[in-house]
Design a protein around this ligand. Structure first.
Ligand code: ATP
Ligand code: MG
Length: 259
């Protein structure tokens, strides 16, 4: 793999770009996954490539919702499988959530490759692979994109979908599920349709959620309930848009490079 010097100012961004490209060659990431990643990168630039304060609250509420849920599922696609597989496995263990491979561009080859990545990262069980006639379907969604595991997303009460498409998020909400999503674009349909939207990079978000889950799993249920009680996703999306506007406005008033 292409070596990036650790002291490069944009080390993570470059490293991830290469992970995604390599993932595409290994048939883990879909070709369209590269474009989706590029859009994410652009929004991350606007955030300053670090977690803003508002996102910690979104992440805390998301962890509380996972811990309170009866049957939580973590949905895994190609991009997150290469960006944060260990974090997803750890989060699953800490919150008792099962992992399910769930693809927009579904092929059995990619399902198996993603499952193998998760197993290498420590997963003992992975749903959503080689479903054949066992497949369940999401209503109102066309063809391959509607396929889910009957023992996973289909019967889940809470679905964590780091990186999801807008109409599938909508379909899951219409089925009455709590949908937790991560999306760097606070204006996407996924972000707007999510029950709890984390506007942050998926690697940082999942790393931070693992640390939170380690502490929060010891809390009494009543305390977890109080964390999510007054949560207003719409308000928090507005906070994220305000953060971007304020950051850009500050930057517009100062010299960008000190010469
Ligand atoms: P939607 O279908 O929700 O309206 P979209 O069609 O614009 O959104 P998709 O291609 O469906 O976007 O999904 C890509 C989304 O994932 C983009 O909004 C992008 O900002 C976001 N994204 C990409 N990479 C990351 C990442 N590493 N962390 C968080 N979000 C990301
Ligand atoms: Mg989309």
């Amino acid at each position: 793999m292409f070596e990036i010097p650790k002291n490069h100012p944009r080390y993570w961004s470059l490293k991830e770009r290469h992970l995604i490209i390599e993932g595409m060659h290994k048939k883990i990431v879909a070709e369209a996954g590269l474009i989706a990643h590029g859009r994410g990168e652009a929004f991350d630039y606007l955030l300053g490539e670090e977690t803003p304060q508002y996102a910690y609250l979104q992440e805390e509420v998301a962890v509380a919702a996972l811990l309170l849920s009866e049957y939580p599922i973590i949905s895994v696609n190609g991009n997150v499988a290469v960006l944060c597989p260990k974090e997803l496995v750890q989060l699953g263990e800490l919150t008792n959530a099962k992992l399910e491979v769930n693809l927009f561009y579904r092929t059995t080859e990619r399902e198996i490759n993603i499952k193998n990545v998760l197993v290498t990262a420590g997963a003992t069980k992975v749903l959503g692979v080689d479903l054949g006639t066992r497949a369940a379907t999401l209503p109102e969604i066309s063809h391959n994109r509607r396929i889910v595991d009957p023992e996973g997303i289909f019967k889940a009460d809470t679905v964590f979908v780091p990186l999801e498409d807008g109409d599938r998020t909508m379909a899951l909400r219409k089925m009455g599920k709590t949908v937790i999503c991560v999306d760097l674009n606070p204006l996407s349909r996924t972000a707007v349709w999510g029950s709890i939207t984390i506007v942050n990079h998926v690697r940082r978000a999942t790393q931070e959620m693992v640390v939170m889950a380690e502490k929060m799993r010891k809390l009494p249920r009543e305390q977890l309930k109080s964390i999510i009680e007054n949560y207003d996703n719409n308000y928090m999306l507005q906070e994220s848009v305000k953060f971007i506007c304020q950051r850009l406005s500050t930057m517009a008033k100062k010299k960008l490079i000190e010469g």
